[in-house]
Design a protein around this ligand. Structure first.
Ligand SMILES: Nc1ncnc2c1ncn2[C@@H]1O[C@H](COP(=O)(O)OP(=O)(O)OP(=O)(O)O)[C@@H](O)[C@H]1O
Ligand SMILES: [Mg+2]
Length: 283
């Protein structure tokens, strides 16, 4: 069942139960069933029945060892995050699945800002499923990691508004609502003015730097090119001064320079390009 069909099949009490799980994700890998019942104001019997049903729909994972408890699957967390976007009147209708990355699922949608995109973050889900399958519940909490990743992407996009990035509209759970960009990944297109584009991309990285941001995963996969260009995909971005920001900035520039060299035979010195960004204090 796809996300919009599933959405329509969820009743009021099921949403209450999902809300109770969401509230407690930070405290429990598996939220105790009796706590869920308590918060949702439902009997334990009814709660168990609904949790079993949500389990069959692949929205939650229920465990019965040690204590009875439940947690979200990727589909469940995404559906509940969508529900929150709908309740905030940000999203009016979910559209089609547009793409699937290693760490995300992209849908288009109708939002109060017009046609838009929802990126559902999915971090550490394969390792999470592996430990669950082995019945070893480990220390991973993919929901918390995915929510953190969505938050980072949203806050970074907000800091970069006005630059060549999608407009960021809202963030709920693991979902980021943003502007729909009508363009293709750089590696899929043959650019007519590669030298100009490389200069513009380097200038954009410099503008990010002046706002205190390093992308951290910049490459031909995260640049979209159409009538203009956009840089996307910010969950791993860092602030200047944070962790290994300088190495990440060097790697971002190196990735771009190498791609333009391999594809368009453009020569650029990586070190002096990085120096020109870090040394340049103008606006
Ligand atoms: N705002 C947007 N508008 C249009 N398409 C988008 C937008 N954001 C992402 N996409 C599409 O979805 C793909 C994946 O997005 P993104 O790179 O942000 O996620 P990801 O999980 O890191 O993907 P990957 O693992 O492939 O890098 C992009 O390559 C692009 O085709
Ligand atoms: Mg990407």
């Amino acid at each position: 069942m796809d996300l919009s069909t599933t959405y329509k099949s969820i009743g009021k009490n099921s949403w209450k139960i999902m809300a109770a799980i969401f509230e407690n994700l930070w405290n429990y890998k598996f939220v105790p069933m009796n706590l869920i019942a308590d918060i949702a104001h439902l009997s334990e019997e009814k709660t168990k029945r609904i949790l079993r049903d949500l389990g069959e729909k692949n929205l939650v994972l229920n465990k019965y060892t040690e204590y009875e408890g439940s947690t979200f699957t990727f589909k469940g967390l995404s559906l509940y995050s969508l529900k929150r976007l709908v309740e905030k009147n940000e999203v009016e209708a979910l559209g089609k699945k547009m793409g699937e990355g290693k760490e995300s699922l992209i849908y288009n949608c109708i939002s109060k800002h017009g046609e838009a995109v929802i990126k559902f973050h999915k971090l550490g889900y394969s390792s999470f499923k592996k430990v669950v399958d082995k019945r070893n519940y480990g220390t991973l909490n993919f929901s918390v990691l995915s929510i953190r990743s969505a938050k980072r992407e949203f806050t970074t996009l907000r800091k970069l508004q006005g630059l060549a990035v999608p407009k960021a509209y809202a963030w709920e759970g693991n979902a980021v609502l943003m502007e729909l960009i009508d363009a293709k990944e750089l590696f899929k297109v043959k650019v007519e003015n590669p030298e100009e584009l490389l200069d513009a991309l380097i200038e954009e990285v410099a503008k990010f730097y002046r706002r205190g941001i390093v992308h951290g995963d910049l490459s031909q996969h995260n640049v979209l090119v159409g009538e203009s260009f956009w840089i996307i995909d910010f969950p791993q971005s860092v602030e200047v001064g944070e962790r290994d920001w300088k190495e990440l900035l060097e790697r971002d520039i190196a990735n771009l320079v190498r791609y333009f060299n391999k594809t368009y035979r453009i020569e650029r010195d990586i070190n002096s390009t990085v120096e020109s960004i870090i040394g340049d204090t103008g606006n």
